[in-house]
Design a protein around this ligand. Structure first.
Ligand SMILES: [Zn+2]
Length: 176
């Protein structure tokens, strides 16, 4: 096996090719900087961005707010997002089904909100909590009914047995 080497443009160290991330756009197919330098870059970048943000926080926030006021999401970008969502759902039908089932099982906020809207109730954090409790209670009751139906013969036995025991108990009192 031939091991090729390459010199990093940042730390100037000669390292084996595998120490350089793949980049098809480069002539030799690898990044000019080695992996550890890239890691350092990412860290420094993050630090720089954070420091800049802390220093100019108020200005940055007011600029974002201003832009949101001046350019509320344009209908075209909204339509594009909608279209992308539709395409994704069409391409991932199985996953969509899975996510929907999960939302129903876990009573996710948006699912509970949909129930509320369907019933004409205003959607607020409070009504979501209340509705979730209600649905959970209904589900538990339904499960209990199902369980009872499945075990009806058993429960009938238990009832008879219990009745007999209580009858005997009564007799004991009369006797005593
Ligand atoms: Zn390097």
């Amino acid at each position: 096996m031939v091991v090729s080497f390459k010199k990093c443009t940042k730390c100037n160290k000669v390292k084996p090719m595998e120490e350089f991330r793949l980049d098809k756009s480069k002539p030799d197919g690898h990044y000019p900087r080695c992996r550890s330098c890239l890691k350092e870059d990412r860290y420094e970048n993050k630090e720089r961005t954070h420091t800049y943000y802390i220093k100019h926080k108020e200005r940055i926030i007011s600029k974002i707010r201003e832009r949101q006021r001046t350019y509320p999401m344009s209908s075209t970008s909204y339509e594009r997002q909608l279209k992308n969502g539709k395409r994704w759902r069409a391409d991932n039908q199985e996953r969509v089904k899975e996510l929907a089932q999960q939302a129903v099982m876990e009573l996710k906020d948006f699912y509970v909100a949909a129930i509320l809207r369907q019933g004409g109730t205003e959607v607020t954090p409070e009504t979501i909590i209340l509705k979730r409790q209600q649905v959970l209670m209904k589900r538990t009751l339904k499960q209990f009914k199902k369980w009872r139906e499945e075990n009806e013969s058993d429960s009938a036995d238990v009832q008879t047995e219990q009745y007999e025991n209580e009858e005997n108990y009564g007799r004991d009192i009369q006797a005593g």
